[in-house]
Design a protein around this ligand. Structure first.
Ligand code: THU
Length: 160
């Protein structure tokens, strides 16, 4: 028997000013999406923006439905928007931010399990790690090097 230990490191920035201009612009694009979210049921807004290898940016926000299971996360809207428009260009960085209409959340929220699976799919599709920037209702920003850090031992096309 062998015990395998797996862990990861991520960066915490106190302020967006510490980011590169590219990353700051991307997070600004995600923040701009927050008021456009359609979240009348949860009151939880998610804005996302993805930068592709050609430096284009695609955005999205969560879209809810009275039939709750049909709700779509903001990260996936952004990634599907990018993939539908530029299927051959790899996503490089995904910025995600949240705003809870009912309470102030200061710790960045990381993507749900379904979104992790979808992000990992695009990383594998393009053989390109996807970096993730996270922000909540404070200046603090988390930077995660690769979706693989958030989805270790993930299921992927290599099993099929
Ligand atoms: N949501 C996202 O947009 N991304 C996530 O990673 C988690 C949850 C949305 C779905 C729903 O509209 C609301 O947040 C509450 O779950």
């Amino acid at each position: 028997m062998e015990v395998v230990k797996q862990g990861f490191e991520y960066k915490v920035y106190q302020d967006a000013q510490e980011l590169s201009l590219e990353d700051r612009t991307l997070m600004d694009s995600a923040v701009e999406q927050l008021p456009k979210a359609y979240a009348p049921y949860s009151g939880f807004h998610v804005g996302a923006a993805v930068r592709l290898a050609d430096d284009s940016i695609f955005v999205g926000s969560n879209q809810e439905n009275a039939s709750y299971p049909l709700c779509m996360c903001g990260e996936r809207v952004a990634l599907y928007n990018a993939a539908a428009n530029k299927p051959d260009v790899a996503p490089i960085t995904l910025a995600i931010t949240i705003k809870n209409q009912k309470l102030k959340i200061t710790t960045p929220a990381s993507p749900c399990g379904a979104c992790r699976q979808v992000i990992a799919e695009y990383a594998q599709r393009h053989n390109q790690p996807i970096r993730i920037l996270l922000k909540a209702d404070s200046d603090e920003i988390f930077e995660i090097n690769s979706i693989e850090d958030l989805l270790p031992l993930g299921f992927n096309a290599s099993f099929l």
